[in-house]
Design a binder for this molecule. Structure first.
Ligand SMILES: Nc1ncnc2c1ncn2[C@@H]1O[C@H](COP(=O)(O)OP(=O)(O)O)[C@@H](O)[C@H]1O
Ligand SMILES: C[C@@](O)(CCOP(=O)(O)O)CC(=O)O
Length: 475
């Protein structure tokens, strides 16, 4: 297996390549990585047990800025302001020996699909000082994120790793079913693989099979990051975060690679995301379903089968549908499938009163169809509104939802997957000859709110003016 030596300078766009070449050392240059959140249209939970799910990338994204410390400073810092985490480790005190032992070491190109409990134990002492004075709930969130970070760093890096600061900001609501953890794992996996020079491209001329290999590599390690956070995961979230667009996902055997089929003709469903503002934990919801499966295996399996049939039907709608045709033609069928899928998830015990209230307001009034998305227990619902309903009724619904404390917004489905901005320099929009604007850590941290980050570094197009580059994942 070859290492292709970091990102390709030819993909940088119209900049002064000669000057840049001297500066572009992946172990020294500040760079940004970004990955999207996702919605699961059909098949959550059943997908953990080998059934098929349909998921699509959304326009909300995480951004990871990697800045380098002076060579003399042998420290790695995690700066995750969205969750209030700021922690540093001395590089030489990390448990490299455990991870590099010949019986444990996995090369970056190997497909790894399980966590090693001894390696998790080796990390534990390095998590104990994190946010020691924070409430236990916040501490758990911090330790989860740090566990994912350290497991990936120690798996992919080495004791000679450079001193760096990893700053993550995200516009994806955390713990709400939109795949914030997967998006974070994809960003971390990409950053480490890039730093060890195990990625090639992205490049506008990169052959599709080569681009796919890079995304697979990123995705493989991102899945390991997801396992660190959830204990058990199907891999659908990180797959969509890595490759973007819409996909059909299945992992029939947990020891084998997942089967991922891109859905290039996925219709532009006019979905609305409704935020219950009720926090939930994916791990807790997965454990609820696991318990149900233990207590009532046949019934639970039958429910998974029914979900699988729904996904199958949705696939046939996509295949039969003409991508150019008006989606209104079979909107009712999509809505019906969503509503049935939701009710089965409720039978599995992963709905919540706040989610059922959305159904009361949307489905029971005949305005549209709703379904929880992601793990459930709170988080987000997706609603499809019947286009024949008068505008005033939709407006009424929106204000009702707001009055009752729900958040409500539209999103674009099928967005780009993982991307890099390397170096972290934005091309000025007005003058193609100028050198661009360096993004500093201070600036990245100082922009206000989740959407300030989008405004500062936001992605516009595949190779557009913003300088962001994406590995092509089109079918
Ligand atoms: N922006 C972020 N900054 C730091 N950690 C994050 C961020 N987004 C997600 N995480 C990590 O992911 C966990 C949330 O994962 P999960 O419960 O699966 O929610 P989601 O449904 O959004 O993926 C958090 O507890 C935290 O460890
Ligand atoms: C419940 C599940 O199917 C989806 C979880 O989605 P999220 O973590 O709520 O974004 C779990 C999984 O597929 O790993």
């Amino acid at each position: 297996m070859h290492s292709t030596g970091g990102l390709d300078i030819a993909g940088l766009g119209p900049k002064d390549k000669k000057v840049r070449k001297d500066q572009l050392n992946p172990t020294l240059t500040t760079f940004l990585v970004s990955a999207p959140g996702k919605v699961i249209l059909f098949g959550e939970h059943a997908v953990v047990y080998g059934k098929t799910a349909i998921a699509a990338a959304i326009s909300l994204r995480s951004y990871l800025l990697v800045t380098h410390r002076p060579k003399s400073c042998r420290t790695i810092t995690l700066r995750f302001p969205d969750i209030g985490l700021d922690h540093s480790w001395r590089i030489d005190l990390l448990p490299w020996a455990a991870f590099s032992h010949p019986s444990k070491k996995n090369p970056y190109y190997k497909l790894v699909s399980t966590l090693d409990s001894e390696l998790l134990e080796a990390i534990k002492p390095h998590l104990k000082d994190i946010s020691a004075s924070s409430p236990s709930e916040a501490r758990k969130v911090h330790q989860n994120a740090a566990n994912c970070f350290l497991y990936l760093l120690l798996s992919l890096g080495s004791p000679s790793f450079p001193g760096c600061i990893y700053t993550l900001r995200s516009s994806i609501p955390i713990g709400a079913g939109l795949g914030s953890s997967a998006s974070m794992s994809v960003c971390l996996s990409t950053a480490f693989l890039f730093q060890i020079r195990a990625l090639s491209g992205p490049h506008p001329d990169q052959p599709l099979h080569e681009a796919r290999l890079q995304v697979e590599r990123i995705n493989n390690w991102a899945f390991i990051g997801e396992l660190c956070i959830h204990g058990n995961a199907s891999g659908v979230d990180n797959t969509v975060a890595a490759q973007g667009k819409a996909v059909l996902f299945k992992r029939p055997d947990s020891q084998k690679p997942s089967v991922v089929t891109p859905l290039p003709s996925f219709p532009r469903l006019p979905l609305i995301l409704v935020d219950t503002r009720q926090s939930k934990s994916t791990a807790v919801e997965i454990a609820k379903v696991a318990l149900l499966k233990k207590l009532a295996p046949e019934i639970t399996d039958t429910l998974f089968e029914a979900i699988d049939k729904i996904t199958e039907k949705a696939v046939s709608l996509i295949k039969e549908g003409d991508p150019g045709a008006d989606i209104k033609a079979n909107l009712h069928q999509w809505g019906l499938l969503m509503a049935i899928n939701h009710c089965i998830l409720a039978s599995l015990g992963v709905s919540h009163l706040r989610l059922e209230r959305i159904r009361e307001l949307v489905d029971h009034t005949g305005i549209g169809w709703s379904k929880l998305t992601g793990a459930g227990g709170g988080g987000f619902a997706i609603s499809l509104l019947d286009p024949s309903i008068p505008q005033e009724r939709k407006k009424e619904l929106e204000s009702r939802l707001h009055r009752e404390g729900y958040g409500c917004f539209e999103t674009t489905l099928g967005c780009n997957g993982v991307g890099v901005l390397w170096p972290a320099v934005l091309d000025p929009k007005t003058d193609g000859d100028a050198k661009g604007i360096d993004i500093t850590e201070e600036e990245f941290l100082s922009v206000a709110g989740q959407f300030g980050v989008e405004e500062l570094v936001g992605i516009q197009s595949r190779t557009g003016e913003s300088g962001w580059m994406f590995w092509a994942s089109d079918a």
